[in-house]
Design a protein around this ligand. Sequence first.
Ligand code: UDX
Length: 436
Amino acid sequence: MKIVIVGTGYVGLVSGTCFSEMGVDVTCVDVDRKKIDKLRQGIIPIYEPGLEELVSKNVNAGRLHFTTDLREILDEVEVVFSAVGTPPDEDGSADLKYVLEVARSVGQNMKKYLVIVTKSTVPVGTALKVKNAIQEELDRRGVNIEFDVASNPEFLKEGAAVHDFMSPDRVVVGVANERAKEIMSRLYKPFMLSGDRMIFTDIPSAEMIKYAANSMLATRISFMNDMANLCELVGADINMVRKGIGTDSRIGKKFLYAGCGYGGSCFPKDVKALIKTAEQNGYEMQVLKAVENVNEKQKSILFDKFMKHFNGKVKGKTVAMWGLAFKPETDDMREAPALVLIDLLLNAGVSVKVYDPIAMDECHRRIGDKVIYCKDMYEATVDADTLMLVTEWKEFRVPSWSVLKKVMRGHVVVDGRNIYDGKELKGNGFNYYKIG
Ligand code: UDX
């Protein structure tokens, strides 16, 4: 089977590579020539564990190709995936410019039946717009070619993207007829050998499922962050509460960790977009608005704890920050709590020394030399008054408290991901603050 994937961002590149790993002949298309040249040499533009090896392997095997020209390949394929970006507009709704450009380009160049599948996260109703855009172009050419559109949202997590794609909990595909359903079943069959987890729905429901899943997960996190703040006030411990409720099979253990707020490219963007979709349809998503507010406030919680410890007298202090990426195993800093925190600290006259195993270059690209970049986690703590743990990378889990005791000027630890043991820290002479 031969397919095309347009857009070599996170979703497009991972999907294309994983399909090729299963023996499908995949061509990935992107308008960015530099990116395509690099990919041809097996150099990938993002940090994602396991991906680079898989790209090289499948390029060498002749199953994974990269090009800037969609036209040259359309005649040979059965399926065109669109995995281009849907950046938020100023008002929070998803911008469909790139999705519709792909649709038009397909309509202008296709010569035979195709299934055009949207993989980007797009608002309900987009598949219909894609269909209309393709049909318009066909009409303009005066040709009559059959085609189908489908919606196939992607649920992979950054940092675990290859695993998530290769062993999905489920694959959701929205289709309008049996012909498209048969083709999509065939394409995903290799991923279903350990049990069929394909869910076929109508197209609007498939589009909604992605937003509903991300919004539910974001809601769990904001709910737990709210609970954590209340626990502090009444003397309860959020970690104990989490264990207590997570063992209820109706609730489940995952995505119940309180912290310094969720970030990344999906949760913030999708929650906003869903609120917007509702608004455009005359409905108010009250729960999701609260989810957003809680998250915005939570991003400053480490700063609030730091201010409280020093009674607001923080000017001239130094903070060591461990972790910059929005979560471990990625260099992605989109909507990262670290960015909000850095701003608050700098505005309060605090100097900030940072260390992250992967995201240092990305941070420098975003904020330049406003902070001090350190070559390892201990260097960041030299003469610091407070250590803030923002991203729970593995290497931060069991630091040497005796070394920290020696090199730090003050002995305050603010733990934004609840990974340290309060008793152990207090035993070592540290003031320890956690979430909840
Ligand atoms: C998410 C969804 O999980 C994925 O299905 C979707 O396709 C894209 O969005 P991703 O953004 O890569 O994936 O990261 P994820 O691991 O879900 O984490 C999102 C944010 O939530 C991170 O900032 C993380 O630190 C935070 N989080 C997660 C918590 O604060 N507590 C938790 O219990 C879990």
